[in-house]
Design a protein around this ligand. Structure first.
Ligand SMILES: CC(C)(COP(=O)(O)OP(=O)(O)OC[C@H]1O[C@@H](n2cnc3c(N)ncnc32)[C@H](O)[C@@H]1OP(=O)(O)O)[C@@H](O)C(=O)NCCC(=O)NCCS
Length: 407
């Protein structure tokens, strides 16, 4: 038996590049999905669905409002999860995260970080097909479209399409996914689908030689409290906290992750290279995208912008646990206390959260003092609780502190 056909194609391109028709043509193409005796549909997914609003031509995964970013991230993470859970199927996607980036860049908003998403799409075998047309052919394409468009006003000015096409070209080229740039100016949808099939055949993109790994286990459901909706950023008197990005790796490495004095009592090994920090940050970004696990912020000085350290939290049902680390240059200025105070107050104000706590190595008096200063009470010693790999393989005793709601 031949290898199963399960290509994964993300069509990108500006409007007027026939992507919808090409998606349908691919979805029935005998070389892409196999010969069929009768018609059936395989998944066509689109980030263009305006599913965030209850009115036509509203907002969705591409043009979400700033306050809908968490919803968009969770939707992308959920799509990624569905792809991971069903890796041996053909998935044809009509615009995805690069269109989102293009939209937000053009709107003058921050460029959303999708490195975490690409890190999940690449092992599944996803590829980009960028549909482009020669700028001089947009006008003719518009004339065709106006016969059927429900929103003709969007085609009045063609310059934005040409500009967006250039931007998408740049984003596709910089993406971690393999890509084909296809000039559809002189092609109909069937001919375009043929070209895509040729490319997939020639480059091994039709079946799954890439050895898809099993989907990771779903996060355990937390009993007893609703999942926290954790703020992306917060600000204290001297600090601003923001979600990490993978491209913060070099700064994190230089500020504290390489420093054996800083990491001595921590649960992770001192980093020797920037790329292991990048790997860690991929996971950290992913936790934010999934809305579960340890959510970490990077802390920067408001006055100088200097990277000070990191603080994070994990929810376990009704309790929240914190971790924090600061670059040595910023120790003993009350900064850890300042950040943790904000988070403890915030956590204990959330519905269902009864306890905010942390643990530290018995030989880490600075951390114990921080917990005391934020109003946590010392509850005892957790014997042989945690391995500090920079000290040795034996689990070590830890002090446990917590502040209780209302106490
Ligand atoms: C623990 C850590 C985050 C504290 O950060 P910080 O910003 O210096 O903390 P603060 O300035 O808010 O408070 C530190 C307190 O500990 C005290 N302290 C510092 N070193 C100490 C030591 N060796 N022995 C006793 N007390 C000490 C400080 O005097 C201060 O208390 P005070 O205000 O009563 O004088 C920082 O030292 C660090 O990053 N350490 C390495 C990573 C780590 O251990 N993280 C915690 C893991 S549980």
């Amino acid at each position: 038996m031949g290898a199963k056909l399960c290509p994964k194609i993300i069509l990108e391109g500006t409007r007027l590049t026939r992507k919808t028709d090409i998606a349908f043509a691919l979805d029935e193409h005998p070389r892409v999905v196999g010969p069929r005796k009768y018609r059936y549909h395989s998944p066509l997914v689109s980030a263009e669905w305006c599913a965030f609003t209850n009115f036509p031509w509203g907002r969705g995964l591409i043009n979400y409002a700033p306050e809908e970013e968490a919803q968009a991230r969770e939707t992308y993470a959920t799509w990624a999860r569905l792809f991971e859970l069903q890796p041996y199927y053909s998935w044809i996607v009509d615009r995805f995260h690069l269109s989102t980036r293009a939209f937000h860049i053009q709107a003058g908003r921050p460029d959303p970080d999708f490195a975490w998403l690409e890190a999940r799409l690449v092992p599944l075998g996803f590829r980009h097909v960028l549909c482009v047309r020669r700028p001089d052919t947009f006008a003719a394409a518009r004339a065709e479209r106006l016969k059927v468009s429900g929103n003709p006003g969007q085609y009045d000015d063609l310059t934005p399409f040409v500009r967006e096409q250039e931007l998408l070209r740049r984003l596709v080229r910089a993406s971690a996914l393999p890509h084909l740039e296809l000039d559809i100016s002189d092609l109909d949808a069937d001919a375009a689908a043929d070209r895509i099939a040729d490319w997939l055949e020639a480059t091994g993109g039709l079946s799954a030689p890439w050895g898809v790994t099993p989907a990771p286990a779903p996060p355990p459901a937390d009993a007893g409290a609703p999942p926290l909706v954790v703020p992306d950023t917060f600000v204290t008197a001297r600090l601003v906290a923001a979600r990490p990005r993978v491209d913060d790796a070099a700064a994190v490495f230089a500020a504290y992750a390489h420093d054996a004095t800083v990491t001595r009592h921590l649960s992770w090994r001192t980093h020797e290279r920037v790329d292991t920090v990048s790997q860690y940050l991929h996971g950290a970004v992913d936790a934010w995208a999934r809305g579960t696990g340890h959510r970490a912020w990077l802390l920067r000085r408001r006055d100088t912008g200097a990277l000070v350290g990191s603080i994070g939290l994990t929810q376990h049902g009704p309790r929240v646990e914190f971790g924090y680390v600061l670059a040595r240059a910023h120790w003993r200025q009350g900064l850890a206390t300042e950040a943790l105070t904000w988070l403890v107050d915030w956590a204990l104000a959330q519905p269902g959260i009864a306890r905010a706590g942390a643990v530290c190595d018995v030989d880490n008096p600075a951390s114990a003092r921080v917990m005391e200063k934020v109003g946590m009470a010392r509850e005892g010693v957790l014997r042989r609780w945690m391995v500090a790999p920079n000290i040795g393989p034996e689990p070590r005793d830890c002090l446990v502190y917590a502040k209780i709601r209302g106490a």
